[in-house]
Design a binder for this molecule. Structure first.
Ligand code: HEC
Length: 486
């Protein structure tokens, strides 16, 4: 028979041991190899208390519903064994945690639950023997056992997360389990990429990777004079012999080198066995950041995104990247002015739903380049003057529409001398000069516009030599020459 006196001394002994382990095993210390070996057994050892506590619960249930009569004594013995094996698991766990590389916040919670469940075992035997009548009350029984079960489930889940990463336990779980345990899609949660136009590569992608994978060892509080990868300031302050980061040259950056070593290399980071490995995708993102100049300010939307990087970022929920004029904050067009212009026979269309950019079509240039149109100078993006009476001297008006991306001047009598006005258009991509009197002499105005991606010169006076010169000056642009094509 487990007496209350025995249960009391058991509780005192367990509490004393737990305090000893808590204060005796230094979190950041280094234990001898044999103890680290014992630490590695934690995942195996921890199943003893779990099994014994579960057995105690089953026996208590059998008793409660009077299916099988189990003496209280047997349940108490199970709980006492639960408390001692719990201490053993905590001891091993503490030595395992010492080897480092575990996420501190999850580890802390996991520890609290381990200590809590172990103390609860010892304490409940004490109260079961001192206040037996009270423990017969369903409410007390249900409360203590529920606490125990929640502890085991949540503690086990956290343990799974520590060794296998967030989402491991719930990956195949039904929806309600996922919501009870409070997990959501880890892919969408990891980085905040919903607004690439205001998120920097560093804050949005790189720092979260370094925090997750490296800062348990390379944190803000320098241990053994180690590298600090936990913050922008930390990274900037590192002064090793080899450069940590060489902007635009990942191969020369220690940060990338250490991540791309062959499996088993002694310098491999994170150190194998002691920390969770880093994925190819994460290494690829770090390489991308360094290639892009390792800037702390560069926005995701301002970067060159290769297919590989694009695929990775898509998987993490990258939002729409707005570039060129679409990245600008264009005010809503004044509808009274728009109507006034339309009344003059000028076509004005909204470029795309939800955008304030407009496309303008007109045949009589005097009605198009009017004072009302000046009020739309921010919004005009496409200008279609095909077949209109536009002259070269009208073209200097083009510079009052800085957001033009497409201009169609085909089938007009211009000779190109007015195209100098194109120089001020920072977004111009498309220029149609088909069936005009453009000649080689005005090509210099076109070559000056480096943003051009398509130029139409069919049926003009431009010579094949002029075309080659243009192609050399704008290698990325498509130069369409109709019958001149060779
Ligand atoms: C489990 C602890 C641990 C983790 C996690 C870890 N490192 Fe290390 N790292 C070390 C130790 C210890 C050293 C120093 C010994 C050495 O140079 O190998 C080191 C050295 C380095 C160095 C060389 C520093 C120098 O000046 O020579 C780099 C670079 C580095 N780590 C990068 C990383 C990156 C990036 C990550 C995350 C992806 C990471 N480490 C994760 C423990 C760790």
């Amino acid at each position: 028979m487990i007496s209350n006196r025995f249960a009391k001394w058991n509780l005192i002994a367990i509490s004393a041991l737990l305090l000893l382990v808590y204060f005796g095993i230094e979190t950041n210390g280094r234990s001898p190899e044999l103890l680290r070996f014992f630490g590695r057994l934690h995942p195996a050892i921890v199943h003893f208390p779990i099994a014994i506590i579960t057995l105690a619960l089953i026996l208590a249930l059998l008793n409660r519903f009077r299916w099988v009569l189990i003496p209280d004594n047997v349940i108490n013995i199970c709980l006492i064994l639960g408390s001692w094996t719990g201490v053993k698991a905590i001891l091993a766990g503490s030595w395992l945690a010492q080897t480092g590389g575990y996420p501190a916040d999850i580890l802390f919670l996991h520890k609290v639950i381990g200590y809590g469940a172990t103390s609860l075992c010892a304490a409940s035997v004490f109260f079961r023997t001192s206040h037996a009548a009270m423990f017969k009350k369903p409410i007390v029984g249900v409360l203590t056992w529920s606490l125990m079960v929640i502890g085991l489930v949540v503690g086990g889940d956290l343990g799974g997360q520590i060794t296998h990463g967030k989402g491991y336990v719930t990956q195949y779980a039904p929806g309600f389990v996922v919501s009870v345990l409070g997990h959501s899609d880890p892919m969408k949660e990891r980085f905040d990429l919903s607004e690439p136009g205001i998120t920097t590569i560093f804050e949005g992608i790189i720092l979260p990777i370094l925090t997750e994978k490296c800062s348990s060892c390379h944190g803000n509080s320098p241990r053994e004079g180690r590298l600090n990868l936990a913050s922008r300031e930390g990274i900037k302050s590192n002064k090793g012999d080899d450069p940590l980061i060489v902007a635009a040259k990942p191969e020369e950056s220690l940060l990338f080198q250490r991540l791309s070593l062959p499996e088993g290399h002694e310098d491999q980071m994170p150190p194998p066995l002691r920390a969770k490995p880093i994925s190819f995708a994460d290494v690829e993102l770090i390489k991308w950041w360094i290639s892009e100049g390792a800037s702390f300010e560069q926005l995701i939307s301002d970067s060159h995104i290769s297919t590989t990087v694009g695929t990775i970022l898509q998987a993490y929920g990258l939002g729409e990247i707005r570039t060129g004029v679409f990245a600008l904050n264009i005010p809503v067009p004044d509808s009274a002015k728009v109507n006034a212009i339309r009344l003059k026979g000028v076509g004005i269309d909204i470029l795309a739903e939800g955008e304030n950019l407009v496309a303008v079509t007109c045949k009589v240039v005097s009605s198009c380049f009017s004072s009302e149109m000046d009020s739309l100078s921010q919004q005009v993006t496409w200008l279609d003057l095909r077949g209109s009476d536009v002259t070269d001297s009208d073209l200097n008006k083009l510079s009052s529409f800085p957001h033009l991306t497409r201009i169609n001047l085909s089938d007009t009598s211009i000779n190109g001398s007015g195209l100098a006005a194109l120089g001020g258009l920072a977004f111009l991509e498309y220029l149609n000069l088909y069936d005009t009197k453009i000649s080689d002499t005005s090509l210099e105005h076109i070559t000056a516009v480096k943003t051009l991606t398509a130029v139409y010169l069919w049926q003009t006076a431009v010579t094949p030599e002029g075309i080659s010169m243009l192609r050399a000056a704008l290698p990325d642009a498509e130069i369409d020459t109709g019958e001149l094509k060779n």
